[in-house]
Design a protein around this ligand. Structure first.
Ligand code: CUA
Length: 181
């Protein structure tokens, strides 16, 4: 083999390796980066499937309602669906910020808290989040404020705010029961 032929062979190998590398990168890496980029733009990285909310993920039934997180904060998780909020009633402690996380199983809804400016727009596919804090104990109706169909005007939940020590003494079931208060 002459020196020219050897150089050409080396160049060819180098060229082939570059092509192969590029092809592998495009096949393996690009779809990843592409979907991540699209997810960034659309904000769909953590999309929730409205059809399987009750089966897996954050909004399974056992996870709904008020919960005390490991860091001592409070979170209320709810699902909005034509024409109810689940759970229908939530009890929260007064005087501390409470994080509400809500998603929709169908149409767009809006949870509002009567007598306050608090509201959360709720749409299928994402978890909407807001922090509410109530100084005064009492009961607040939470009607839906987005026209979501013929049952819209009857769509409402109830919020009961109780003193913190009273809240801590309640069982998980009692935190979703409004009749006794
Ligand atoms: Cu839900 Cu209006």
């Amino acid at each position: 083999m002459g020196k020219d032929a050897l150089t050409r062979l080396k160049n060819f190998r180098f060229f082939s390796a570059m092509v192969l590398f590029t092809l592998v990168w495009l096949t393996v890496r690009f779809p990843f980066q592409f979907s991540a980029a699209v997810g960034d733009v659309l904000g769909t990285e953590n999309r929730l499937d409205p059809a399987t909310l009750h089966l897996r993920g954050e909004f399974v039934e056992s996870n709904l309602g008020p919960a005390l997180e490991s860091d001592g904060s409070f979170t209320v998780r709810m699902i909005a669906q034509q024409y109810v909020f689940v759970p229908q009633c939530v009890v929260i402690p007064a005087g501390v910020p409470v994080r509400f996380r809500i998603t929709s199983a169908d149409a767009a809804h809006e949870l509002t808290v009567s007598g306050t400016d608090y509201k959360i727009k709720v749409v299928p596919g994402v978890a909407s989040e807001a922090r509410f804090e109530f100084e005064r104990t009492g009961e607040y109706p939470m009607p839906c404020h987005e026209f979501c169909g013929p049952g819209h005007y009857a769509m409402r939940a109830a919020l009961v705010v109780v003193p913190q020590d009273q809240f801590r003494a309640l069982s998980p079931d009692e935190r979703m029961t409004c009749e006794s208060r």
